[in-house]
Design a protein around this ligand. Structure first.
Ligand code: 6PG
Length: 345
């Protein structure tokens, strides 16, 4: 799609930022000025058509007013420091975009602080991960309409576009940008709020697949009566579900691909990290008194994945021993005691 070319600064050239710069250059032929701590990444992107900035100040000076700077850094203190430093370097009329996974209440605070200096702030929840360069990024955007409209060429270039996905019946007359893969969700913070819930859902979906595959994998365990055992081909099950089943999805595609490479997923320990959005989703659910059972359980399963045995489990064992004389470890593992995460077996 032919879009109006813009100049943009991009800070943070990691897995996401580097590819965002590449897509802006390759697809939109935008003028991208980059800066990141990793000098190699800056140099590489310089060779790929970006203008290399040597510092935050240098990047700002290379941009013509009104400037637009996309910050693509890990959420938390790193992003906070850069936004705050940019707040001192930029002038009224300039715009800071935070495309990371920032907590939406930080957006509301920052937008208000920067507004006092006349600087615009736009929060963009950016989904698509390392595949975004090719597939495009789904973007959930918060901020003032006039600014978001002005930045449209940037969002249009980064978005996947309508592609092969059939149009949804009944959407005639609605915002066409949404079908391209980007949404102006509301005022400051709304973009990251929607992305937070997106990631909460991601946790739940991932956990459901993970548990399902664990049940399938354990269907041949010794503790089951022999006539009830199945020695199932897990990679083939993942593959067949991709084709016309109700639970086909991109997460399943990724799972099938990982299982095809290694049925036992040997290169993974099963330590499942989290970047905050699951926790914030659960907090939001509590604030709204919404029963977010699945998302909460999925978050707790991640916490659980990082422990060998928790103190809570020792307490459980002690009580079971106390009232029933049950001893540990259970060997072979009795039916119904699977550890509830994919690499438990
Ligand atoms: O939509 C996406 O592209 C992903 O969700 C992306 O944003 C990132 O991979 C998450 O931050 C991972 O989140 P956790 O570290 O919490 O699993």
């Amino acid at each position: 799609m032919e879009t109006h070319r813009m100049q943009i600064g991009l800070i943070g050239l990691g897995r996401m930022g580097g590819n965002i710069a590449r897509r802006l250059i390759a697809r939109g032929r935008h003028d991208v000025v980059v800066y990141g701590r990793n000098a190699n990444a800056v140099e590489t992107l310089g060779r790929e058509g970006a203008t290399a900035g040597s510092s935050l100040k240098d990047l700002v000076e290379r941009l013509a007013a009104p400037r637009t700077i996309w910050v693509m850094l890990p959420a938390g203190p790193v992003t906070e420091d850069h936004v705050s430093e940019l707040g001192d370097l930029l002038s009224g009329g300039d715009t800071i975009i935070d495309g990371g996974n920032t907590f939406w209440q930080d957006d509301i605070r920052r937008a208000a602080e920067l507004r006092e200096k006349g600087i615009h702030y736009v929060d963009v929840g950016t989904s698509g991960g390392v595949w975004g360069l090719e597939r495009g990024y789904c973007m959930m955007i918060g901020g003032d309409k006039a600014i978001i409209d002005r930045l449209d060429p940037i969002f249009a270039t980064l978005a996947p576009g309508i592609g092969q996905i059939p149009q949804t019946e009944g959407r005639d007359g609605r915002d066409a940008r949404v079908e391209q893969g980007y949404l102006h969700a509301g005022p400051s913070g709304a973009g990251h709020f929607v992305k937070m819930v997106h990631n909460g859902i991601e946790y739940g979906l991932m956990q459901a697949y993970a548990e399902g595959f664990d049940i399938l994998k354990n269907a041949n365990m010794d503790a089951l009566p022999e006539r009830h055992r199945f020695d199932l081909n897990i990679p083939d099950i993942a593959e067949v579900w991709r084709r016309g089943s109700v639970i086909s999805s991109w997460l399943l595609d990724l799972t099938a691909s990982a299982l095809a490479k290694s049925e036992a997923l040997e290169s993974y320990s099963g330590f499942v990290d989290d970047s905050g959005e699951g926790r914030w989703s659960v907090n939001a659910a509590i604030d709204e008194a919404v029963s977010a059972d699945v998302i909460t359980a999925a978050l707790y399963a991640r916490f659980r994945s990082r422990k060998d045995h928790t103190f809570a489990e020792k307490v459980l064992s002690a009580m079971r021993h106390g009232f029933g004389g049950h001893t540990e470890p259970p060997s072979p593992e009795p039916v119904g005691q699977s550890k509830n995460h994919p690499t438990s077996s």
